[in-house]
Design a protein. Structure first.
Length: 324
């Protein structure tokens, strides 16, 4: 604002100077004296205004200065340093004799081995399915629900523990093998589309699809991994994100194959072929000719399979397997 006022006054003074020059050139000395007398009065007024303005605070230069408190100077003169850094060594908290203390012995109950010849089957209930259904696999949830793979109608069927149809979920073509991931999620192989569908049972929808790229029949879930039996390839291991971890090289001759796993031991069979037990590297542990269909495993590592012939298989585990 101050600069604007000064600029305005400067413009007016310049206009007065321009007025004086033509007066001198056209008028006589007396006329010039009379004319410039009034102009001089105006200039004196402008000069007085500028002098007054220069004495005001607005025209003065502003500078920030710091004035320290004298008490602070006295305080700093008495302080020699703000602090020091030194190393503190605390005693070690490890008790060197901890492992020498007596520990309570954990008693692990041993499940008595029952003679299979003495087992008796009891019919609990019969379940009826719609005409046109062709079931290939079944898994049972802990709460008693039963889940079936309907191969021809491209559906996953969920039944209550009482044997009543609860849900019918559409999946990709030719669902075959099932693997229960948790009480709310099941994985199913779809042979024709060469994919694994991850199905949310509660929402009745396939939330994720894993592209295998080859026909895959049976499926197993173990150690947070999915294991698919893939034709002419072997056992393909996937994580739940759909990433292929590795392929276990075993001989899978047909699409109609079955697979179960316990820890790092796999047991699989194909139609009209051997039932084979192998480790996680594909090394054969034992083989049997008496199985010609599905295979399942319980929580103790016992494998169950169906056979059309009457036979008996006796397998003696190695010392390492007994320890495990």
């Amino acid at each position: 604002m101050l600069l604007a006022k000064l600029k305005e006054k400067g413009t007016k003074i310049k206009s007065l100077g321009k007025t004086i020059l033509p007066i001198k050139e056209t008028l006589s000395d007396v006329q010039v004296f009379l004319a410039t007398k009034s102009l001089g009065e105006k200039l004196r007024k402008k000069q007085k205004w500028i002098s007054t303005l220069c004495n005001q605070n607005a025209a003065k230069e502003s500078v920030l200065e710091l004035s320290t408190d004298p008490q602070l100077k006295n305080l700093l003169s008495d302080v020699k340093y703000f602090g020091t850094i030194h190393v503190v060594r605390n005693p070690c908290q490890i008790e060197t004799g901890a492992w020498e203390q007596p520990r309570a012995q954990l008693h692990v109950p041993i499940t008595a081995v029952r003679d299979i010849d003495q087992a008796e089957l009891e019919l609990i209930r019969e379940i009826s399915f719609e005409d046109g259904s062709e079931l290939r696999d079944c898994v049972i949830v802990n709460d008693g629900r039963m889940i079936f793979a309907d191969f021809l109608r491209n559906k996953v069927l969920v039944y209550t523990r009482d044997g009543k149809l609860s849900k019918s979920i559409i999946v990709d073509k030719s669902p075959f093998g099932l693997a229960l991931i948790n009480p709310h999620t099941v994985a199913v192989t779809c042979v024709e589309d060469k994919k694994i569908n991850i199905v949310n049972i509660g929402e009745s929808v396939a939330k994720q699809k894993i592209n295998v790229g080859k026909p895959c029949s049976w499926l197993s879930f173990n150690n947070a991994k999915l294991y698919a039996l893939v034709t002419n390839t072997g056992i393909m291991e996937f994580d739940l994100g759909g990433n292929l971890i590795k392929t276990i090289p075993v001989n899978v001759l047909s699409n109609d194959g079955y697979l179960s796993s316990y820890k790092d031991i796999f047991c699989y069979t194909c139609y009209n072929s051997l039932m084979t037990c192998c480790d996680s590297n594909g090394k054969t542990i034992w083989e049997s000719k008496i199985a010609d269909s599905g295979v399942a495993v319980d929580n103790y590592g016992n494998y169950f399979f169906k056979s059309t012939s009457i036979a008996h298989l006796e397998y003696q585990p190695t010392e390492k397997e007994q320890n495990n």
